[in-house]
Design a protein around this ligand. Structure first.
Ligand SMILES: [Fe+2]
Length: 267
């Protein structure tokens, strides 16, 4: 679909899991070369981009990895909207990803849309939870949205995805979260990372979307942890002025050396 001039064009990237070492490999994928390949593809394919949305696990428990995030995403020269995942260090993230190009948490208004970024992290835990403060901040952001349409970004999935192990590390107080969003008529979509796979559903008219990781993927519907040899990817989101959304996931096949064990991971 051709984007109209007032439509907002976002690209969502998630779970790059960078480390200080440029040659770090995680679950069979060289994380930095994989991210570079995904970003090369995105820059070549999408010449009109209004903002980037990064939905957590930007680093792999290593704050030194934020330098790579700053370098690689900063190169777009577009606003980079960020929120933390369970492998992030929220304070270091705020320090290492500075304004004006980067924004960590909070919300931002762009055209007819308000983008709300939530912090669902619980220190030392893989599952997510929204604090009372964060739920209040969400409610206030929805109440003051006026005529804007709202897209909510968060790391942990607020609905179960039919995978026993992943659904044990989802947003534990999803009921409270959904009770807040249900009170607003402005919410059009929720987008998340964490699950390293594509998901596209709908609940009460609200689009529910996840995105593949820019490195290794998790096998959908698996009872126990299992990798999926599918290539990394990212999501294009065109947020239309009338509140509708046009979106797709784009996969980027890796070269030899970027995916060291992809075949082994799938067997
Ligand atoms: Fe995660």
């Amino acid at each position: 679909m051709a984007a109209m001039s007032n439509d907002l064009r976002l690209l969502q990237f998630s779970d790059p899991h960078l480390s200080a070492r440029a040659d770090a490999v995680l679950r069979g994928v060289a994380t930095r070369p994989a991210l570079e390949a995904v970003l090369r593809h995105a820059r070549a394919q999408h010449t009109h981009v209004d903002a980037l949305l990064l939905t957590g696990d930007l680093v792999n428990d290593d704050a030194a990895g934020y330098a790579g995030i700053r370098e690689l995403f900063g190169a777009f020269g577009k606003p980079v909207l960020c929120l933390p995942g369970n492998h992030d260090e929220p304070e270091a993230m705020k320090r290492e990803l500075p304004a004006p190009l980067f924004q960590v948490g909070g919300h931002t208004d762009m055209g007819a849309w308000r983008i709300v970024m939530l912090d669902t992290c619980v220190p030392g835990k893989a599952h997510g939870r929204l604090s009372g403060t964060e739920l209040q901040r969400l409610a206030a952001a929805l109440d003051s949205a006026g005529n804007r349409h709202v897209l909510i970004g968060l790391h942990h999935h607020p609905v179960r995805q039919g995978s026993r192990w992943l659904d044990s590390v989802y947003l534990q107080n999803a009921d409270e979260f959904l009770a807040v969003t249900d009170r607003s008529s402005a919410v059009r979509a929720m987008v998340w990372g964490h699950v390293h796979q594509q998901f596209d559903s709908r609940r009460k008219g609200v689009r529910l979307l996840s995105v593949p990781s820019t490195c290794a993927q998790f096998l959908p519907h698996a009872d126990q942890f299992a990798l999926d040899p599918s290539p990394p990817g990212y999501r294009r989101l065109t947020l239309c002025e009338d509140g509708s959304i046009d979106t797709e996931v784009i996969r980027v096949p890796l070269q030899v050396g970027q995916a060291l064990n992809q075949r082994a991971a799938g067997s």
